[in-house]
Design a protein around this ligand. Structure first.
Ligand code: SPV
Ligand code: MG
Length: 431
């Protein structure tokens, strides 16, 4: 009997998958691969059912001899061990980012003379609906809310991108790149106070109120499935914070980060150039405790942001606050710095991790941007936030176009810098 291998990244078996399995069965005994949860999260999307259930649904087809868990999107390991005579796959990967995986399969098969069989991809209304339902499920508050905690356990470092609208949400949701070892994408979204305010032409001083922030969150929730971390500024009055925590939790936001400042908040990147007041440890700890006490689930995270390094109050102060805030119930610590060099952040992480191995650490490397994700992960950082790069890239592009239209009295000269209008129309999916 010949050996046939087909790998699946799906939570539901539809007629397209059955077609692949039936084709595979005509070539020999079918070994079906289930992409592991970790690999799915990194390269594809979050699974809506467990890895175990995904194994069962393949076995229930009655077409499979054995199930394997494929730990990596690339097929090197599985093909080396199994040496199947055939790999069967839908032909849709030829014209997508997944072509890199197809190349990898062909190279591995060539090593021992195995063959690739490609089945025309089934894409009818029923299949489309099943795909859409899976995404819809991922977007529901009860599934999305816990996803930040889930990805924290599955990724060496969680990468969050700033978003401030439905459109920027779509960029965070859908941007996928090919890398040496497969595909890569963002894990989460950061709704920044700076960029949400800037998009409205307002200063970042808690002027854009919670009702408006909620409108932005809702626009993002509407078109995405990835978890949201909200920049909650100072959290405001404790009496208001508790209501806002309840609202955010109910909406399906995964975490709020509040900073230990009080009075008129200014953006941290001003540092000591402007007057800013840090809250007392006691008051800020009380705010964390109050927020935690009103939660209805274990999913939502309240993360405490420490401004001691920004305000030049020293490392000892930053560490004392970090331990106090964890004691008060904080689900994570964000340590901020505006130094060009990452040394003070690394020093903080090293000293914090000596006493606390588990509490997630969050950083925002806007100033110390030479440090890599790998270096941050090695230092014990769990979440990296790219807090403002989309806004900062869009603004000069738009301003330059506005200037050139004025100078040329027409739009012809700027045309080659623009997205073709047939592409912008297709950017948004129909439902
Ligand atoms: C934001 O993005 O609004 C932040 C991060 O709070 S920072 O601008 O660096 O203070
Ligand atoms: Mg902010």
């Amino acid at each position: 009997m010949k050996k046939v291998y087909a790998c699946f990244c799906t939570d539901v078996i539809h007629e397209g998958h059955l077609n692949i399995l039936k084709t595979a069965a005509r070539y020999g005994e079918v070994y079906a691969g289930v992409m592991s949860d970790r690999a799915m999260v990194r390269f594809n999307r979050f699974p809506t059912v467990s890895q175990e259930r995904r194994k069962e649904i393949l076995l229930e087809t009655g077409l499979v001899k054995e199930i394997l868990v494929q730990e990596d999107i690339m097929y090197d390991m599985v093909l080396k061990e199994l040496q199947p005579d055939y790999v069967v796959h839908g032909d849709n990967w030829k014209h997508s980012k997944e072509n890199i995986i197809r190349e990898n399969v062909l190279q591995n098969l060539a090593k021992y003379g195995g063959k690739l069989v490609e089945v025309p991809y089934t894409y009818n209304e029923t299949v489309k609906k099943i795909d859409a339902n899976m995404l819809e499920k991922l977007a529901m508050p009860e599934f999305r809310r816990k996803r930040l905690r889930q990805v924290l356990g599955m990724r060496p470092i969680v990468k969050a991108l700033e978003v401030h609208s439905g459109l920027t949400g779509l960029i965070a949701e859908k941007t996928v790149v090919t890398t040496e070892d497969g595909l890569d994408q963002f894990d989460a979204m950061w709704i920044s106070s700076l960029c949400d305010s800037t998009a409205k032409g307002k200063p970042d001083i808690e002027l854009v109120d919670m009702s408006s922030r909620i409108r932005t969150i809702d626009d993002v929730l509407d078109v995405t499935t990835k978890p949201i971390i909200l920049d909650g500024d100072t959290g405001g009055l404790i009496e208001h914070f508790v209501y806002n925590v309840r609202t955010l939790e109910r909406m399906g936001v995964s975490a709020v980060i509040i900073e230990d400042k009080t009075g008129l908040k200014k953006n941290s990147l001003f540092g000591t150039e402007v007057e800013q007041t840090q809250d007392t440890i006691e008051n800020f700890s009380a705010k964390i405790r109050a927020g935690k006490s009103v939660l209805r689930t274990d999913d939502f995270m309240i993360i405490a942001r420490i401004e001691s390094l920004i305000l030049e109050r020293g490392m000892e102060d930053a560490l004392a606050r970090a331990f106090a805030y964890v004691e008060a119930g904080a689900d994570g610590i964000m340590i901020h710095s505006r130094k060009k060099e990452p040394s003070e952040i690394l020093d903080f992480c090293c000293r914090f991790r000596r006493q606390d191995r588990d509490t997630p650490i969050v950083v925002v490397p806007t100033s110390f941007n030479s440090i890599t994700e790998e270096e941050l992960a090695e230092a014990g950082v769990n979440i990296v936030i790219y807090a403002n790069q989309l806004t900062r890239s869009a603004f000069p592009a738009m301003q330059g176009v506005a200037v050139d239209i004025l100078k040329n009295h027409r739009a012809l000269e700027v045309d080659e810098r623009l997205m073709p209008f047939k592409d912008i129309i297709r950017l948004i999916d129909d439902i």
